[in-house]
Design a protein around this ligand. Structure first.
Ligand code: SF4
Length: 415
């Protein structure tokens, strides 16, 4: 075990007023470089996620780097990376974060990720970040940008407008112009000008990461018994927190182990999980899904790595980046779809050979809930079973969830 990883001390060990230091990761990320087994990678990921002080960002900063917080889903991380800064997936505070201040600022009818993200801003947990990007995926994300501008005036915040009309000739130029607005801010934060060459190189780094993520998703879809849902999820989650140059070889080592595993196929049902594209369910809930007898063969976790296929940099890499968002063949959430929502869900069921759909939506997530209405209609038209469950970042009891899931699984097994 590398010596620089230390588990958070007990609160009782701290002097009055002393902040919890969180785990320490070495500035060269050697703990992750040296992690050889998937077990070791998963344990490191759990330690990082349990620590709301962003240990990977603090390690990056110790080495003199700058970091940009990227709210889900469609922040062009490649742009941030091309300035030599670390794009970091901001996916809420998780179950360990107590909400004490954000509740006073945001309504009780909003999703947990909005409150935990604001809580982190109000309590200094986001101080290691140099800037933030909020793609306009919903009214909540749009408003967070405005709130951040007031709460953290020293760290620029940017709301990224995204087109919804994918057939107009003006769509790609519009998105290029939006990316240019973001670039202006990133130039000021990084203290260096935008470079097409650097963006080309960054696109290739992310192409490599995307390809490995695609390989892992293929293993999960074709041979789901080879990798548990928790392993799969945590390996993807690390990809938004670590420097990509550290995550890529780590994922390659994990794939070698996972693809070579000899494990037996269990008597489980194949399930497509739809909904958790932004706020994240707890690890306990994911564990429960598998414990009751589901193989998750398709899902929307960590879409930041896979909302488009490989991007060819071409002569104008910024235009290529914009075109990848506009022309992605994937039917994904929080944007309009080239077909219909009904056709989109059915094609995903077919591609994953799922026997049923589990809608796992964040409580009060309007975009996800609106889609569920359309998806359900299409599934009912084909007689496909589904279950809808809502989650929050801080769930404490899973008894009702277990009962619902067990009933769902049995209804498919014994139909
Ligand atoms: S969970 Fe849903 S409502 Fe909340 S910020 Fe994300 S997309 Fe918007």
């Amino acid at each position: 075990m590398p010596e620089l990883v230390q588990i958070r001390p007990e609160a009782s060990d701290l002097a009055d007023g002393e902040a919890l230091p969180g785990i320490e990761i070495s500035p060269d990320f050697r703990e992750f470089v040296q992690a050889r087994s998937v077990d070791e990678m998963v344990r490191l990921a759990q330690e990082v996620l349990a620590d709301p002080t962003f240990p990977t960002v603090r390690a990056w900063r110790k080495a003199g780097g700058k970091a940009v917080g990227c709210f889900p889903v469609y922040t062009p991380q490649e742009l941030v990376h091309s300035f030599g800064m670390l794009p970091v997936a901001m996916q809420g505070g998780g179950e360990n974060l107590e909400i004490s201040r954000a509740d006073a600022a945001l309504g009780s009818f909003l999703c947990s990720i909005s409150k935990s993200t604001l809580e982190m801003a109000l309590t200094g947990l986001l101080d290691p970040f140099d800037a933030f990007v909020f793609p306009y995926i919903c009214d909540v994300s749009r408003n967070l940008d405005g709130i951040f501008t007031r709460v953290l005036p020293q760290s620029p915040s940017h709301m990224l407008h995204l087109p919804q009309n994918f057939t107009s000739q003006a769509t790609i130029p519009f998105l290029v112009a939006e990316y240019r607005r973001l670039i202006e801010k990133l130039e000021r934060v990084a203290g260096q000008p935008f470079s097409q060459e650097d963006l080309r190189a960054s696109l290739e780094v992310f192409n490599e990461q995307r390809e490995l993520v695609r390989r892992l998703a293929t293993v999960k879809r074709e041979t789901p018994w080879k990798v548990t849902l928790i392993e799969y999820y945590l390996l993807l989650r690390l990809g938004g927190l670590l420097p990509r140059e550290i995550h890529i070889p780590l994922l390659r080592r994990a794939l070698t182990e996972i693809e070579g595993r000899e494990r037996k196929n269990k008597d489980a049902i194949r399930v497509l999980v739809v909904g958790p594209f932004c706020e994240q369910p707890t690890l306990e809930l994911l564990q429960l899904v598998e414990d009751v007898g589901c193989y998750v063969v398709g899902e929307e976790f960590q879409m930041l790595h896979r909302w488009c296929p490989r991007i060819e940099p071409g002569a104008d890499p910024l235009k290529s980046l914009a075109a990848s968002y506009v022309r992605t063949p994937l039917d994904i959430g929080v944007r309009s779809t080239p077909t219909t929502k009904g056709a989109a869900i059915l094609s995903r069921v077919d591609a994953s050979k799922a026997q049923g759909v589990l809608f796992l939506t964040a409580k009060f997530c309007e975009p996800a809930l609106e889609d569920v209405v359309l998806y359900r209609r299409a599934l009912e038209g084909r007689g496909l079973p589904y279950l809808h469950m809502e989650f929050e970042e801080k769930s404490t009891t899973y008894e009702q969830a277990r009962l619902q899931l067990e009933t769902f699984v049995e209804s498919i097994l014994f139909e």
